[in-house]
Design a protein around this ligand. Sequence first.
Ligand SMILES: Cc1cc2nc3c(=O)[nH]c(=O)nc-3n(C[C@H](O)[C@H](O)[C@H](O)COP(=O)(O)OP(=O)(O)OC[C@H]3O[C@@H](n4cnc5c(N)ncnc54)[C@H](O)[C@@H]3O)c2cc1C
Length: 464
Amino acid sequence: MHNNISPWLHQLKVTRSIDRLDADLKTDVAVVGAGIAGVMTAYFILKNTNKQVLLIEGGKVAHGATGHNAGQIVFEFEEEFSVLAERYGLEKAADAERLVRGAWILLEEIYQDANLSTPMSSFMGYNGYASIDRLMEELRNNLLRVEAGLQVFPIYIAEDAPGLENIPKEYAELYSLVPHDDVLALLESKDRQYIAVISERKGCVNAAMLIEEIVGYLLSVYKGRFTLFEESFVDEVILEKEYGQIISGKNIITADKVVLCTNGFENFKITNKAGSDIDVKFHHMVKGDVGYMAAYLEEMTHPPIALQFHDSIEPEADKPAYEKIYYYLTRRPFEIEKDERHNLICVGGPETHLESADTYESDGLYMEEAAESIENFIHRTHKGAPKGPIEFKYKWHGLMGYTPTGLRVVGEEPKNRVLMYNIGCNGVGILTSIYGSLRISQIVRGDTLESSVFDPKDTYEAYD
Ligand SMILES: Cc1cc2nc3c(=O)[nH]c(=O)nc-3n(C[C@H](O)[C@H](O)[C@H](O)COP(=O)(O)OP(=O)(O)OC[C@H]3O[C@@H](n4cnc5c(N)ncnc54)[C@H](O)[C@@H]3O)c2cc1C
């Protein structure tokens, strides 16, 4: 049996033939990596500039993290808003949130522009909390958001929640008290440990299918300006002062700009011939976690939903926010084979840390303990859980690249501006990579941009 089958790749039917690099070429912008970041970067550069774009992928389009995620469209940084406000200042933190939330609109515009047919749903989703202490962080975040003029979403707390009296008066306007059963109803949960819920706009999409469709659109609309090579692994990037060279097997691509959309785990060498060493720092910038997921099918009797569950186990104080484990569940219509429609229930949460990202194998063994833990969670929590053992139709894992800031790295390499990054999945990356791609296109166009929390410079400083 295959060890890593995601529903997204199962559903992906590619009829396009594969082109491999077999000549030396020149282009304006070379983008390395054809996950959602690389494809969206190509899309925005083609749309917003008149440059030629060459997209080169070591495997196949969408077969990295993009084809192994949970497919929830959700705004989230893997760092608390209050921490970002302290680190970068309230205004810069608020700008980042505003811009990434704006990726919802970018996505809708892409759908319209390219006349896409990949199903995408958008609805209210809910995050459940099992302790007031955990929720307090969200209240603190929202108070700062209000101060910064950002939108905040409703928070409902159960009238009988233990510790209600500990909520400071300054947060009173930020939540409503409701019957405990209402909290559980929103979360579709029978587990009474959840005493609060935050509502938030969410959605779901098969990100692999989405970007495969966009690739088809780019190939047909930008003939002569857009080239795609798959199964063409990049071994080395050599940077000169005015251009870069990508070495792939015996071929060389020469480009004015090289954009890495490799999620941070590219296993290649970067040689900077026009400045100080980049390689060592770059390869330490992103740390890997493997996220495990499992999914089962049920009758299509309920609408789509996206939920998160934050348990009461206290996170270790010295751990960054992204290491706080939570489970996430999505239910969505899913066409397993043509005209065979069901609801698909996907659950994720368990993660393992990698000592070195080089050790991750996409077809590596699935950790069965992860499926057991997911099954226990579903039985314990989900009101509509199947009776008896759950037969998972899909079990899969994917590589998440965490940057030291918990934020995506987007922009020019300070030591050589020929090189650019749009990397670092940080657990939740669909909207951030879309915004990152727009930002890269603006830099390539020559716009003068305000500095942002995504600048590579900040990530370097956090690493130092
Ligand atoms: C289990 C899991 C669940 C997730 N759930 C969600 C979610 O619900 N919502 C959400 O928003 N985000 C989620 N994410 C994160 C999201 O999937 C990622 O942020 C996003 O897919 C990253 O896209 P990317 O293009 O940066 O990386 P990838 O999709 O990994 O693409 C990078 C590409 O670069 C290629 N590459 C690397 N090295 C080379 C080389 N040397 N030469 C050529 N090509 C190379 C790879 O083959 C790969 O195709 C999840 C991630 C995981 C793993």
